[in-house]
Design a protein around this ligand. Structure first.
Ligand SMILES: [Zn+2]
Ligand SMILES: [Zn+2]
Length: 175
């Protein structure tokens, strides 16, 4: 599929299923967006496109895995992708130009759907707000940068939890 546009000319009224896989071309397409990730297995998108009077109804599912930098410790965070979506893409919406990358275009005598862009948008929507290596990731020590998942650093032994030191003081004052 060159440039990621899918010809919608011969899709029957009951719709048609497609399967797309993130390939080198898609990765090239998304490399302009500033998001670092790797795909340990190919990202797959199943979609069904159903022509309607005023546009196209699109329903689909995105599946795979992506590896990001953990938001807390910067090690690899593998995120499972299993995301269902559906939307209606209207023919000739007047505001289309304002919304950035169009999902639908008319070429010669047929419509085309921007598969690369759809895959990118749904990929972004599928991601969790926090990308973590594990739910309980302890992150990096704010003082020395030590990965606290690998054990405590010297900083935590020396100063301890600042909230605890208040209790220590209280005890001393009482005594
Ligand atoms: Zn982590
Ligand atoms: Zn430390």
């Amino acid at each position: 599929m060159t440039s990621g546009w899918l010809n919608l000319k011969n899709i029957p009224s009951e719709g048609r299923d497609f399967l797309f896989e993130a390939d080198a071309e898609w990765l090239e397409f998304v490399s302009e967006f500033d998001l670092k990730f790797r795909l340990p297995v190919p990202l797959q998108m199943e979609i069904k496109i159903i022509p309607q009077k005023k546009g196209f109804y699109v329903t689909g599912k995105l599946g795979g895995k992506a590896i990001f930098e953990c938001d807390r410790c910067l090690e690899d965070a593998e995120i499972g992708i299993d995301y269902a979506f559906d939307f209606f893409e209207q023919i000739n919406p007047e505001e289309q130009e304002l919304l950035g990358e169009p999902l639908l275009r008319y070429v010669d005598d047929h419509f085309e759907l921007n598969i690369f862009q759809i895959m990118w948008e749904q990929f972004l929507l599928s991601l969790p707000v926090k990308k973590l290596c594990q739910e309980s990731c302890k992150g990096l020590c704010p003082k020395c940068g030590h990965n606290q998942n690998l054990g405590e650093c010297n900083c935590s032994r020396e100063s301890g939890d600042p909230r605890l030191s208040i209790f220590k003081q209280l005890k001393i004052n009482k005594g």
